[in-house]
Design a protein around this ligand. Structure first.
Ligand SMILES: [Zn+2]
Length: 134
């Protein structure tokens, strides 16, 4: 007769290959959230870069998330369990970063477009563009 623990649950996990497996989770004491810098998860504890981003995350119990973070500047990795509110604050920072990148991209596209228009106008005024060019 094999010994079976009394308290366990089964969770389906979809692997990156698409295969679905069932994992038995045995009850344990709940993981405690890792105490992170008061500046938030987006700040690297190693180099203080504010560009830290998540590379993996999964639910880790009620209102807890296990998140693996990566710093693009010093290449540090850290995995920890964080409360929902801390992860939501990271999400807000990520949205802010995305907005900043999109705004920079728009400015770059506008600058490039203005430059192309100016060069095209100069070519037209100089009669350097002929029907054979098309
Ligand atoms: Zn760093």
């Amino acid at each position: 007769m094999s010994h079976q623990p009394d308290h366990f649950s089964v969770r389906r996990v979809v692997l990156p290959s698409g295969k679905t497996i069932e994992v038995m989770l045995f009850e344990q004491a709940p993981a405690r959230p890792m105490s992170f810098s008061a500046t938030g998860l987006h700040v690297c504890p190693t180099c203080a870069s504010e560009l830290v981003h998540p590379i993996a995350w999964s639910e880790h119990g009620r209102e807890l998330w296990e998140v693996t973070l990566r710093c693009p500047e010093c290449h540090a990795f850290t995995t920890g369990v964080h409360h929902q509110t801390v992860v939501e604050a990271l999400d807000i920072e990520l949205d802010r970063g995305t907005d900043a990148l999109v705004a920079d991209l728009r400015r770059l596209v506008e600058a490039n477009t203005e430059d192309e228009i100016a060069r095209f106008a100069a070519v037209l005024q100089s009669d350097l563009l002929l029907p054979e060019d098309f």
